[in-house]
Design a protein around this ligand. Sequence first.
Ligand code: FAD
Length: 371
Amino acid sequence: MAVSATPPHVAIAGAGLAGRLLAWRLLRAGVAVSLIDSRRREDRDHAAGVAAAMLAPYAELVVSDAALFALGEQSLALWPQWLAVLQTQTGRSVDFHQQGSLVVAHAPDQPGLAHYADLIRYRLPADKRDAVRSLDAPQIAALEPALAGRFARGLWLPLEGQLDNGQLLDALQRAIDQGMADVGGQWLQDTTVSGLSAHSVHTACGQTLQADAVIDCRGVAANRPGLRGVRGEVLTVHCPQVTLQRPVRLIHPRYMLYVVPRSEGRFVIGATELESQDSGLVTVRSMLELASALYSIHPAFGEARLLRLAASLRPATDDHQPVWEQLAGVWHLNGLYRHGYLVAPALVRQAEQSLLTRLAPAGLSTLDTMQ
Ligand SMILES: Cc1cc2nc3c(=O)[nH]c(=O)nc-3n(C[C@H](O)[C@H](O)[C@H](O)COP(=O)(O)OP(=O)(O)OC[C@H]3O[C@@H](n4cnc5c(N)ncnc54)[C@H](O)[C@@H]3O)c2cc1C
């Protein structure tokens, strides 16, 4: 990769999902990056580390729209390419599966399932409706033998995916370290950003960093009007007695509940969705609701061991659309709400391209847009 003698320098406040992904992409394009985060690098209590990381453009249509669906489809195509590049660079693989997701409902919630299916089909372009398939009990059992005999009806969304976000955040950290060593920049952890302007970042301990461009990726802590946090809580359990091939969503009167299988018998169960700015510990009520839903999907989950209870805030705009825009000279990549993993590659690619166009001196590498 060709790098100019003095690469441009970008400062990114926030090293969650958006900050890490953008930092990695810019470093690969020959831009020096300083990444400043109030957390330690291994801290996984930000939204990026708490998320279930489902890539579910179809299922999410009940709370999204055509624009998010399009970003989700583009991102689903980009993830395997980007993860392959990340693996070549770092030697670290990230579990990525695209085996669809299953939606089921207990008998009293069957009308809810029918409504859910109707809404998704209604919001989909006509040529995509085949990718929403109604299932009967034998078809559910064929897809997920562990659920045989437990649900009379279901919905299969065969194109959806998921990834292991813990592995992704680790691999990005490694790749960013390499990129900073090669191109320039630094990762300031445990460093709270107190103010941003077009070319400088001020930290709570009195440091000032100068940069050619400044990006605010602080999630819910970003300084922008109309941004709010939406609290989400998840459980992680270990339950080798149950095998699921794909995320299973359960129609529930209060939440959009799901069980996401991970490697080594682990499952992530989520998520509450509460209009609250409280990112504190998981409450007993939420824990009981999530655990009861899990147990109702399969009784063997009663023996599951609790590995983690985690809560975080999803950064949401008023219209729930993600944003990439400049306000008072500072760039904002935000509003990823409950769709961060779903839309991040497409959005980050857009951000990367607009920054490279503005910053690129002669000799700065331009990446193949599909990589
Ligand atoms: C329970 C839950 C489940 C989810 N499940 C999914 C899912 O299945 N699929 C999906 O696509 N999305 C999911 N999401 C959404 C996804 O996690 C978010 O959209 C995404 O993480 C937002 O990324 P971000 O980088 O904007 O914010 P974050 O990931 O929260 O990162 C923000 C970073 O900014 C740092 N920061 C904050 N303030 C400061 C400061 N003053 N100075 C310096 N640094 C600061 C934080 O420490 C953090 O590292 C889920 C979210 C939650 C909470």
